[in-house]
Design a protein around this ligand. Sequence first.
Ligand code: PLP
Length: 388
Amino acid sequence: EFSESDILQHLPKQFFASLVQHVNAKVASGADVINLGQGNPDQPTPPFIVEALSTAAQDPATHKYAQFRGQPDFKQACADFYEREYGVKLDPEKEVAVLGGTKIGLVELPYALMNPGETILMPDPGYPDYFSGVALAKVKLETYPLLEENNFLLDFDHLDPAVADAAKLLYMNYPNNPTGAVATPEFYAQTVAYAKEHQIGVVSDFAYGAIGYDGKRPISFLQTPGAKDVGIEFYSFSKTYNMAGWRLGFAVGNPDMIEAINLIQDHLFVSVFPAIQRAGSAALNSDQSAAKEISDRYESRRDALLGAAAKINWPAYKPGGAFYTLMKVPAGYTSEQFANLLLDQASVAVAPCNGFGPHGEGYVRIGLLVSEERLVEAVERVGKLNLF
Ligand code: PLP
């Protein structure tokens, strides 16, 4: 008989596992559930990327163990992409780390850069997997609140200076999951200055970097002067090109931080399937019209959702990017009670935001991952409950 290690026992519970169970039970009961709880893109990968994979998979050269640290032409494509799209120059060998999806890099980074007991700063609400990395590395967690009154940007003036001085790493995520908030150049300039003053490494999670609304493309943290001195950025294919199942992403920026990621990867993984890296190069080297179309579709859905919500007086935060809309919970309910009520009485599944941290309480998150018609229908069902 085996028992789990102490570290495993201290991992945070997968909050959304129970939600998924609940939704599945409702579907099994025959209900027509509109599932807005998940973060899984509903559209297919653009065909030219699938074709690039198919061609590459037929080349026996892609069938062997490949370079641990990624194929040189893929790393070059990552560097070229950042230069072309953001004006950021990168050394493909020293400033790019290839990853099987960004989640693994985000989770292993505290382990690669920190000793047990050292302090890490994470957003609240924040993407739940960040907290798995904290538990695995046994580092000390400090959170900073994301508040609507600050457009869900970190408020440096309210960070405890003692915590800032102790902190070794600071995670931030814009466009943000779950709020849909986006960063400004001024905010990132302040971030770089603060990181230099307090000697903190910045980790920018840019998983939703290609999804921005109202004619504004989200900015990269690395566009900020001095950013490469203090931090790195994670870029994912999952949302940009509807490639969540493919597991491809990369990290770029500060060469010491990139080296730490590469070192830990050397011990845990053998490279991403080279054919997938070739398809990834095709995606990055393309004119990005496919990514723009994907983003535009979410924007139309956002507008349909917000229009319907306004009709029933359901307050919402208008997202500037990512594919979520944060909705207020009516008085008298917790996020979880409200989410359960919507599932039970309207067959609408949403994500209760307390699952992303205590400051998510009072909100539920809607994923813009079904058609406009279904989003409007979901809101109309909620309207019939007369809660607002
Ligand atoms: N970061 C955020 C904020 C996310 O929401 C997600 C996925 O949902 C990820 C990272 C992980 O993306 P990937 O598929 O690249 O591992």
